[in-house]
Design a protein around this ligand. Structure first.
Ligand code: PMP
Length: 449
């Protein structure tokens, strides 16, 4: 199949051949029959190879919180590429690795003072789970090996992430996964929470299931609980009021580590550097990625509290503290991009801005309630999700390929998943663009239903 698009060709490669790229999380054959391509981005927009603007209502993939191709980030990457392209992250260090870690730690609540860097949210999730196991083993609690995730949770695609994750299509074909895993129930209940703005009132009691797992397995076998403050990939489900606090209390009572996966919620999405601050709960670890560089260069990481760092980093002995790491941990281009991104967030007050516009966003987004086919709408921070009537079934199928095409034709980028779509625009969105997002979404709903 051949499509004309604008790309610098290299000898021997056919730029019109879409077959070679095995696209992730995509029905390849169907997509390649009618591909949607973008080849340029700036601020709130993508552009097709033909130059048609696409309003970015998903920050790429929950990434570009500062907007696209911001000059200071572009310049920082260019400068770093010219200065030092790569540096090994162990045996040697480079200044920006330390600088960016200190900056990220300064944004985190409590004594989340140390940062382990990697390259993605998946690596961050697996890193946090490994740190949890090693923490207990190092402290002489080697029986604490059980890990607890949640139904409808998403923690990336590593074996650790899919084991604690609660999305069945991501798990089914991949063998026995990790042993010793349990899942807490998810907190979504349409009858009790429909059309919520911010944290739903109902649902904190769902945390009590953790007490049940303690009774079942005994606390001496439990290593860690990992949850997203807002489940993103399964439809933007914010933790209910009091839920995370209750998890924290139960974890404290039984010596279980609490991990927040903030790959989506980190860096301003819910109006704070980390959602932990919004919820007033300090977990033992926070995983992050995406917004840390506004998506410009891959980077992820794990914030750990002092008691965890101190468990490994005890003395001056020349003994390796943690046998874990990646060639590209603290990649210089990622560190440079992140430092410039964090500067932008601060200079433009983008996290505070989300707090200011959250009510405007929520009111505008909830007007979609009047549309046919809409079953529920949720907003929190600068996130909005719509559950719509199912018209086809089949887990993992893109039942709404038609809807994705309609969004594309309408000139808006939206994340669809099953019978939900979610939007999470760059934090630089202005009020008229909020109106444009809602109008475009409304027109697509009118067209589909
Ligand atoms: N955790 C969460 C909450 C995510 O939303 C994602 C990605 N959407 C990941 C982890 C995995 O991140 P990555 O795709 O960078 O591996």
């Amino acid at each position: 199949m051949s499509v004309a698009y604008d790309v610098d060709s290299t000898a021997g490669a056919n730029p019109n051949d879409l077959e070679a790229f095995f696209m992730p999380f995509t029905p390849n054959r169907a997509f390649k029959a009618r591909p949607r391509l973008v080849s340029r981005s700036k601020d709130m927009h993508y552009y097709t190879p033909e130059g048609r603007p696409i309003l970015d209502a998903t920050a790429g993939l929950w990434c570009a919180n500062a907007g696209h191709n911001r000059d200071p980030i572009v310049e920082a990457i260019q400068k770093q590429a010219a200065e030092m392209d790569f540096a090994p992250p162990f045996q040697y260090g480079h200044p920006k690795a330390f600088a960016v870690s200190a900056r990220i730690a300064a944004l985190a609540p409590g004594d989340l003072d140390h940062v382990f860097l990697c390259n993605s949210g998946s690596e961050a999730g697996d890193t946090a789970l490994k740190i949890a196991l090693a923490y207990h083993a190092t402290r002489g609690n080697a029986t604490r090996t059980r890990l607890i995730g949640r139904e409808r949770g998403y923690h990336g695609v590593g074996f650790g992430g899919i084991s604690v994750g609660g999305m069945s299509p991501n798990r089914k074909l991949f063998g026995s996964l990790l042993p010793g895993i349990d899942h807490l129930p998810h907190t979504y209940n349409r009858e009790k929470q429909a059309f919520s703005k911010g944290e739903p009132e109902w649902g904190a009691e769902r945390a009590e299931a953790l007490e049940g797992l303690v009774t079942l397995h005994d606390a001496s076998t439990l290593a860690a609980v990992i949850v997203e403050p807002m489940s993103g990939s399964t439809g933007a489900i914010p933790a209910p009021k009091g839920y995370l606090k209750r998890l924290r209390e139960i974890c404290d009572k039984y010596g279980i580590l609490l991990i927040f996966d903030e790959v989506i919620t980190g860096f301003g999405r819910l109006g704070y550097a980390f959602a932990a601050e919004r919820y007033g709960v300090v977990p033992d670890m926070i995983t992050f990625a995406k917004g840390v560089t506004s998506g410009a260069v891959p980077m992820g990481g794990v914030l750990v509290r002092k008691h965890i760092y101190d468990t490994f980093v005890k003395s001056d002995d020349p003994v390796i503290d943690l046998f874990h790491g990646y060639t590209y941990s603290a990649h210089p281009l990622a560190c440079a991009a992140s430092l410039a991104t964090l500067d932008l967030y601060r200079e433009e007050g983008l996290f505070e801005r989300v707090r200011e516009i959250e009510p405007i966003w929520a009111d505008a987004f909830h007007t979609l309630r009047a549309k046919k086919g809409v079953l529920d709408i949720r907003t929190v921070g600068l996130v909005g999700a719509v559950d719509f009537e199912s018209r086809e079934d089949g887990v993992g199928r893109r039942a709404y390929e038609g809807m994705e095409r309609a969004f594309h034709e309408e000139g808006i980028m939206v994340r669809t998943a099953g019978d939900t779509f979610a939007v999470s625009p760059p934090l630089i969105i202005n009020e008229s663009q909020i109106g444009e997002v809602v109008d475009k979404l409304g027109r697509v709903l009118d067209k589909i239903f």
